[in-house]
Design a protein around this ligand. Sequence first.
Ligand code: ZN
Length: 310
Amino acid sequence: MPLSRRALVALPLALPALGRAARAQPAPLPVVASFSILGDMLREVGGDGLAMRVLAGPDVDAHSFQPRPSDAQALRAARLVVRNGLGFEPWLDRMLAAAGQQGRLVTASQGITPRQAGPADHGHSHGHSHGHDHDAVDPHAWQDLRLGQSYVRTILAGLQAADPAGAAGHAARAEAYLARLAALDAWVRAEIGRVPEARRVVVTSHDAFGYFGAAYGVRFIAPQGVSTAAEPSAAEVARLIRLLKREGITAVFLENMANPATLNRLAAEAGVTVKGRLYADALSSADGPAPSYEAMFRHNVGLLTAAMRG
Ligand code: ZN
């Protein structure tokens, strides 16, 4: 479609010529977010003036996302692309290289100190089954609300640079949003603080909650590493079953976007019931329990504290 693509490219150039009327009712800013949680943050800061495309949508596993041709078109047309970084979206890095993307690229995790992914975090005595995870960085920094606030500030700066005319509005929305996230962070600390420390052990499908655990004082154990790409080995699953039985761990959770097979088997063999579905790497759809970043924390913390108390 060379004609329509040329029309798309020409559009931003034509805008300044439209004058006062156009500025009063600016055209939506085409933006792309790599996955649903960043899409929600971007919407909070950018408001209604965005024409947003979210690549890995609700309940989709962004680790193994398969982009469509229309995603590449959206990337080419975007004035701003927001990604997590820290190796979370290898497919996006390949797309960006191929798509000839012209707009601004924001890495939301920029400036944070990443956690190293590794068996040492989870009390493994040996980690050979984890192989390549040894030196990997943990990408799930949004699971700490203070780091989430850093994401929002980084997104604000990128949005203001891509859309200077809207800078004041973006700043005002970001300020209100950051205040809500700070209050939510305090609520999470208070809720977790009511659970006896010895009870704060949780099993999930993959290592998505390392930052959450470090921030809020919960120990998370998972049969899968920080990516969902590799299936856990039988030996790793057997080791976890022994651990559950030995320590009497009953807070076992599925994740909304991960394959439930391993976790269901693990829970059945350890004789515990799965306590529900945590939202790890993706939000729910609008009618689900975690349609926003904030709702995701309220939902997860409600489930976690009830299960940990036992
Ligand atoms: Zn993940």
